[in-house]
Design a protein around this ligand. Structure first.
Ligand code: GMT
Length: 382
């Protein structure tokens, strides 16, 4: 198949999923055309089946806000025409599904179906804003196919947007051959020279991630045992978190290492992953940690209970209850064999439910289904 993929290319779960999906599909022989304003962050390895098409947004004194949605729609249409794309697959509804809708209309009478994958904040935060809700609902209803990355997100979208059409759940995935435990003692020693346990967090440091809670949880753990915390990522709350670290005199033991490529090499060194988000429709970073045999302590919100099984491969706690989170973290780090066994269960469960080799064929089957039904509706319209 020839597929156009659009996503936010910057640091964020939806862009990561879209990029990994494109890479996996390309490895299976499909032609993948990424269409966005910048090269997606994880798209570093060249592949003969992958192309990147940059959307240039022309500024003009009249445009206080350059119309990206229109520039994207134009680019989608052009790329589809030049490369005979079979379909467009957009990640994150706003504004990508609106652009895809315009591109489909421009391509008519040629059929150019589009699929929208809902990721989370496009529904839970942004899409629910009154100013975006009607257009988000419209573009979801107009999509030829819609997928959500968890049961939670599908149910919430159907309920809150009063959407009648079916939404297919295709969960996020991880490449289980790439995301594995690391035995790199040398790199571990760089962070934890005296064999301290390593706690880790990875996100875009947005307020919803509660990264100051990560520091608070770590501080409570650190009161009881020597430990290190590695913070991967960057974003608006980094300054606030660094301030808490300084105030608690933890600068020696908390490392902010910024945005990273190949996060599996870092995750595979951790003993525990913390994800204290207020809202999380899936929690891709938790899954990536689990595949690396890292138990997870996360909030019991959104889709996280679909990913982490409380008491088996990690623990779930109420948002902002940092004391409970610290207690669970200490259980994992201090009870004999607890961390190792939970880590092994984490990988077992990640492999059983979310390996890319099992999830990617579900996308392929869904593409076929959408192409078939778009074909029959085009024929019926003639
Ligand atoms: O919050 C983020 O990390 C950004 C956001 C996005 O769309 O880029 O992430 C959402 O999509 C991820 C990939 O599907 C999910 O793993 C995250 O749970 C989801 N974030 C939220 O729901 C807050």
């Amino acid at each position: 198949m020839k597929i156009g993929i659009t996503c936010y290319p910057t640091y964020g779960g939806s862009g990561v999923v879209a990029t990994e999906l494109g890479i996996e599909l390309a490895a299976r022989g499909h032609d993948i055309h990424f269409i966005s304003y910048a090269m997606p962050i994880r798209l570093d390895g060249a592949s003969e089946h992958i192309w990147f098409h940059e959307v240039e947004v022309t500024t003009y004194p009249l445009f206080d806000h350059p119309p990206y949605t229109l520039a994207l729609a134009t680019k989608m249409f052009e790329v589809a025409e030049e490369n005979s794309l079979d379909l467009l697959h957009v990640h994150y509804a706003i504004p990508h599904s609106v652009s895809a809708l315009l591109a489909r209309m421009m391509a008519s009478p040629r059929r150019l179906p589009f699929i929208t994958t809902l990721h989370g904040t496009d529904i839970t935060l942004v899409g629910n804003d009154r100013s975006y809700l009607p257009i988000t609902r419209f573009s979801i209803e107009q999509s030829d196919g819609v997928t959500a990355i968890s049961n939670y997100l599908r149910d919430r979208t159907l309920r809150e947007f009063e959407i009648k059409r079916p939404i297919e759940v295709i969960p996020n995935f991880v490449n289980c051959d790439l995301y594995m435990r690391s035995n790199d003692a040398e790199n571990r020693a760089k962070w934890a020279p005296n064999g301290e346990p390593i706690l880790m967090h990875l996100s875009n440091f947005r307020p919803v991630k509660r990264i100051t809670d990560v520091i608070e949880i770590f501080a409570l753990v650190h009161e009881k045992i020597p430990a290190k915390l590695v913070m991967i990522g960057d974003g608006p709350d980094r300054g606030a978190a660094e301030y808490v670290v300084r105030r608690k005199r933890l600068s020696q033991d908390v490392l902010f290492i910024g945005k990273q490529q190949h996060v599996q090499e870092k995750l595979g060194l951790a003993d525990l992953f913390l994800l204290p988000s207020d809202e999380e429709s899936f929690g891709l970073a938790a899954l990536e940690a689990m595949a690396c045999e890292v138990p997870v302590v996360a909030t019991n919100v959104g889709g996280l209970p679909e990913v982490v099984t409380h008491g088996v491969d990690g623990y779930l706690f109420q948002p902002r209850d940092v004391a409970s989170a610290a207690k669970y973290a200490l259980d994992i780090l201090t009870l004999p064999d607890r961390g190792r066994m939970m880590g092994q269960m984490a990988r077992t469960n990640a492999r059983a439910r979310y390996c890319s080799k099992d999830i990617i064929p579900r996308y392929e089957a869904y593409y076929e289904q959408v192409l078939n039904s778009a074909g029959s509706s085009a024929r019926a319209a003639k």
